[in-house]
Design a protein around this ligand. Structure first.
Ligand SMILES: [Zn+2]
Length: 112
C-alpha cells in the first residue's frame, strides 16, 4: 500500500490471560456499558449499574469464539513476527493489566 513500516509492535499476552480477560466480559445490550466479573464487576451480578437492564456475554467473548480467534492468530498473524524480526523491526511489549501501563511501554518501544 506504499506505506513504509519502520517498526512493528507486538503486545504480548499469554493465551490463558486473554481467555480469562475475555471470558469475564459482560455488556449491557441496552446502554452498551461494559463490565468484567473479576476486574470491574457490576454492583449486582448480571445487572447493569447504569440502566438496570440484563448483562450478557457477547458472541465474540464466548470461550469457543475466543479460542478460535487465538488459533487464527497463531496460524496466520504470528508468522509475521519472524518476517519483521529478521528485518530488525519487531518490538515486543508485555501487555499489562492496566491500559496506561501498556500504553507507556508501547510508546517507549516505538522510540527504542
Ligand atoms: Zn445498561
Amino acid at each position: 500500500m506504499g506505506v513504509q513500516i519502520d517498526k512493528v509492535i507486538e503486545i504480548y499476552v499469554p493465551d490463558e490471560t486473554i481467555t480469562r480477560r475475555m471470558s469475564g466480559r459482560r455488556v449491557c445490550l441496552d446502554c452498551g456499558a461494559t463490565y468484567h466479573t473479576e476486574f470491574k464487576p457490576p454492583r449486582q451480578e448480571g445487572v447493569c449499574d447504569a440502566c438496570g437492564k440484563e448483562l450478557v456475554i457477547r458472541k465474540d467473548d464466548e470461550p469457543a469464539t475466543v479460542l478460535g480467534r487465538l488459533k487464527t492468530y497463531h496460524e496466520q498473524t504470528e508468522p509475521l513476527k519472524d518476517y519483521y524480526g529478521k528485518q530488525g523491526k519487531l518490538r515486543t511489549v508485555e501487555g499489562q493489566e492496566k491500559l496506561e501501563e501498556t500504553t507507556k511501554l508501547t510508546l517507549a518501544a516505538l522510540k527504542a
